[in-house]
Design a protein around this ligand. Structure first.
Ligand code: ARG
Length: 513
């Protein structure tokens, strides 16, 4: 009964990012009958295979992508000074760790794959859970793909037109490249899960090499005494709380993905130990890398140069690596491409699951008859991502503002769910209990992150809020009351058949009735 919107089990994990890919990921979904939280046994193919190392690499693999290469200039611009920049980068790491520890409590207490949806459902019921899946399908996932691909575009174009990335007339080229990347990723993900996951392993290696190169560069330069950028660290620090909020948005973008392990709790061998442990090892590791990479940028470039470079790692490489400078743009472009691939993969699955729940047209829950990939769902996400590239005003920075606002509304809600469940259901088993001050801190941080940017960009935040709330009438009309005239459904059915033949897709067998 889709009308009750029972939580689905598998909401878009990115497990194959860790190189632990199972080719049956799509299959898992296909065999997963409409599964409420208690129906784990119907879950064919999901095995407890992930250990501690997989857990850590899953976290690290999802988190590192475009942000560390593309966000630094915006963190610097908004915070105004080197000192605050480094503080923001470090605090983002702390917030990610705290947030992830809260998620650990929820994940071990309600040990189902599915992340936020399941927890929100448990604490606040179907409407809030629906609003979450609505927002992630329409806003969060497509904007992730679009943002990462814009960073990809910037890094591809920088070596060709050095120092021109900011020129307005090149913006359409960056967007065109981003659109092309979305197209390729969509194609690969529709063509074969195996390809998509093999591609991922190569890209993961590339990004690690890029990060390690930058860190070593930074350490060597520090040793050589290039520390001028750090003199007078707090000069020109902004006094606007709104701007600090935007600095956090951009920093937190680079850390996004900290919650990813919660999507696969059912697949962890020993979740009670490994979930918190992977977080406590993985996220500090990423935080240290990010801070060191930022220090590396600062040992080679001045803060002003960082603020003016649309591909800071390329600018650094041009300055320092001589004939080898070409490796950086290639590795970074691969890293972003891999991140976009991961996001697109999981969002295809998310749309698929939402459609299967009856939260989106059933057509989107169909599978390609030969390729066994969720073709309509993949296309759906990519089309929205393409549309997001269209407006003149859309750019890496503006899309991050939309994304972060919506994301932190729901991260905040999820932590509120934790607090609410502690109060409402104190006796529920909690194998991992996060110390109470942590969820309170994260909740307050989420409120700050939602409210502060309202001052400086009220319109963007307002639109985003409107988008989230627009889910309510949809929920009432289509899911709760189902007060849509029969003729409408007939029309949908007709279109479903048409599209089905055009795209060669069908309902997975278990649901074909
Ligand atoms: N932190 C990643 C980056 O810097 C973005 C991750 C997007 N979120 C996700 N769950 N895939 O590009």
């Amino acid at each position: 009964n889709a009308g009750e919107g029972k939580p689905a089990n598998h909401w878009g994990s990115e497990e194959y990012l860790s190189g632990e890919a199972k080719d049956n990921t799509a299959e898992n979904l296909l065999h997963n009958e409409e599964g409420g939280p208690a129906q784990q046994k119907s879950y064919v193919g999901l095995q407890r295979k992930l250990g501690l190392v997989s857990g850590i690499s899953l976290i690290v693999g999802t988190m590192i992508g475009s942000g560390i290469f593309a966000s630094p200039r915006y963190v610097m611009e908004n915070s105004g000074s080197v000192g605050l920049t480094l503080i923001v980068w470090s605090l983002c790491g702390v917030l990610a760790i705290f947030g992830a520890l809260c998620y650990s409590e929820l994940g071990t207490m309600i040990p189902l794959s599915g992340g936020e949806y399941v927890y929100l459902y448990e604490a606040f019921g179907p409407l809030v859970a629906f609003l979450y899946s609505w927002t992630s399908v329409i806003v969060l996932k497509p904007s992730q793909v679009a943002i990462i691909c814009l960073a990809f575009g910037a890094y591809v174009i920088e070596p060709i037109f050095p120092g021109c990335g900011d020129r307005g007339d090149l913006q359409p080229v960056v967007k065109l490249l981003a659109a092309l990347a979305i197209g390729i990723i969509t194609f690969v993900n529709i063509a074969s899960v195996k390809w998509a996951s093999r591609m991922q392993v190569v890209f993961t290696v590339c990004k690690m090499v890029a990060i390690v190169m930058l860190i070593i560069t930074g350490l060597v330069r520090l040793g050589q005494g290039f520390t001028a950028s750090f003199d007078n660290s707090f000069h020109k620090t902004t006094s606007s709380l709104g701007l600090v909020g935007f600095a956090f948005y951009n920093g937190l973008w680079a850390y996004d993905g900290w919650n990813n392990l919660n999507y696969v709790t059912e697949e962890l061998k020993n979740p009670y130990r490994d979930l918190p442990l992977s977080i406590l090892i993985g996220i500090p590791l990423v935080t240290v890398c990010y801070v060191l990479v930022n220090i590396a940028y600062l040992t080679v470039l001045t803060p002003v140069e960082i603020m003016n470079s649309s591909a800071v790692a390329v600018t650094l490489a041009d300055r320092l690596y001589g004939v080898m400078a070409w490796v950086i743009p290639i590795f970074v472009a691969s890293s972003t491409f891999g991140a976009a691939n991961g996001s697109a993969f999981s969002s295809g699955r998310l749309v698929f699951a939402a459609a299967r729940e009856g939260h989106l047209p059933k057509f989107l829950a169909m599978i390609h008859t030969k390729r066994h990939t969720p073709l309509p769902a993949m296309l759906f996400t990519s089309i929205i991502a393409w549309i997001m590239l269209l407006p003149d005003s859309s750019s890496f920075e503006t899309l991050i503002n939309y994304f972060s606002f919506a994301a932190w509304v729901f991260y905040g809600c999820t932590v509120a769910a934790l607090l609410w469940l502690r109060y409402k259901k104190p006796d529920m088993k909690r194998p991992y209990r996060v110390p109470l001050p942590i969820p309170i801190l994260v909740f307050l941080a989420a409120i700050y992150l939602i409210v502060a940017p309202f001052y400086d960009a009220p319109l963007e935040s307002f639109f985003c809020l409107l988008f989230i709330l627009a889910g309510i009438p949809f929920y009432l009309v289509f899911v709760y009351f189902k007060i849509v005239p029969q003729s409408f459904f007939k029309c949908i059915t007709r279109w479903t058949y048409k599209l089905q033949t055009i795209c060669d897709v069908a309902f997975p067998e278990s649901e074909a009735d």
